[in-house]
Design a protein around this ligand. Sequence first.
Ligand SMILES: Nc1ncnc2c1ncn2[C@@H]1O[C@H](COP(=O)(O)OP(=O)(O)OP(=O)(O)O)[C@@H](O)[C@H]1O
Ligand SMILES: [Mg+2]
Length: 445
Amino acid sequence: MLDYIQKPHQKQTVEAIWRLEKLILDTLDFNDVVQSIVDGILHELGFLKLGYRIVVLALVNDEKKVLERIAISQTKEAVKAVEASPMPFQSIDIPLRANKNLCIKVLKDHKFSYTEFWPDILCPPFTPEKAKAIQEKVGIKTSFVCPVRTKQKTIGVMIFSLVKEFSEISEDEKELILNFTDIVGLAVQNAKLYSTVEEASHRLKKANHRLKELDVLKDEFVSIASHELRTPMTAIKSYLWMAINKSPQKLSPQLKKYLDISYQSTERLIHLVNDMLTVSRIERNKIEIKKEQFDISETLQLVYEELKISAQEKNIEFTLLKDKDKKYMVLGDKEKLREVFQNLVGNALKFTPNKGKITIAFKKDKDGVQIAVSDTGSGIRKEDQSKLFKKFSKIDYSYTKHSSQPGTGLGLYISKQIISLHHGSITVQSEVEKGSTFTVNLPQK
Ligand SMILES: Nc1ncnc2c1ncn2[C@@H]1O[C@H](COP(=O)(O)OP(=O)(O)OP(=O)(O)O)[C@@H](O)[C@H]1O
Ligand SMILES: [Mg+2]
């Protein structure tokens, strides 16, 4: 290795630099990179044998406005110098305004320089006497200071301290050092970027972890709050029902109107609390599906009977189309699926104007049953259809003649989750002002 430096050859120089560059660029951790920079030139390029003893990398800290010592080579002279220093190596900061310091000069002039007098590179923060004493103790004759550049600016310096005179440094050594310090700039920048990304990703991981914890807390809060709300609200609803239907005195029309509104509002609140509770269970994976084989058309018959009166009030032609002799067997949770269809038919009733039509139809195939709930209501724009199954997905109907309807926009989200837990599917087909069809496929087994 020494050979090609004593008898320099362009190709070998380039190869040596390339080896060192690869070593440095392959290292990602910032501390490892700067250490291989200061050690590499002595050991990889054999400069130790050429009288180079201490290599130091110092970088600008823009915030503190100082040139900070970052890394020092691991040689016995370096150990001696550090031991003799009145302050730890990493604290030897030079203020950027210390214009007499040679390192700062090199930094500002962007040109290399040298000195045979250590106070030039160590004052401040050292006193000239202390700097000189350390130099003598270590036995350094010359220090060669080179700028470390990136494409945009000079970011620091490298100090090479030798046990020989400046005049003994060959042109090839100089050239190699200058080529090397050019790579250093790039390597330092890469390592800094990598460390920043690492740090950011570490912070993101922590933040994400915290968010997950908060999410669990939120779900627990929603779950407890909903439970606590449900009991008193059910009591209110029962007493309101008694007041409306079982009052010993005849209610004045005005009072009856107030009580009716209170009753409906309480019903809506209970519905909302139940939905919130279901969403919270879904999100905590706490929802339980009790699977049994049953005829889904019977469930829809119950939903039909329950909502028939609302359809009549709106003069809606409401039909349940099923083959009486057929059974439409599915494997699933009767109660949860009933909630799904209560919502689908409930939606159809809300968004279909008076004198419209709502139809529930069944189809059987080898895998299971298909249930379609169709209406002749407002319809849903193509661009809104993808939002439907998300949480709080109320659609703006200002583009239609239909007015907005009560609801929280949780029903379809819950429906989709329940159907997915059954390994089924739910899809929508819709045309504005013509109507919508929600189709559910449920497996038989
Ligand atoms: N048959 C339909 N026709 C037109 N729009 C519909 C129909 N079904 C659902 N939508 C639209 O999708 C939105 C979401 O429906 P979803 O059932 O999730 O919520 P909601 O009925 O508003 O409230 P919730 O069901 O929670 O009480 C509705 O607000 C409505 O804008
Ligand atoms: Mg709904």
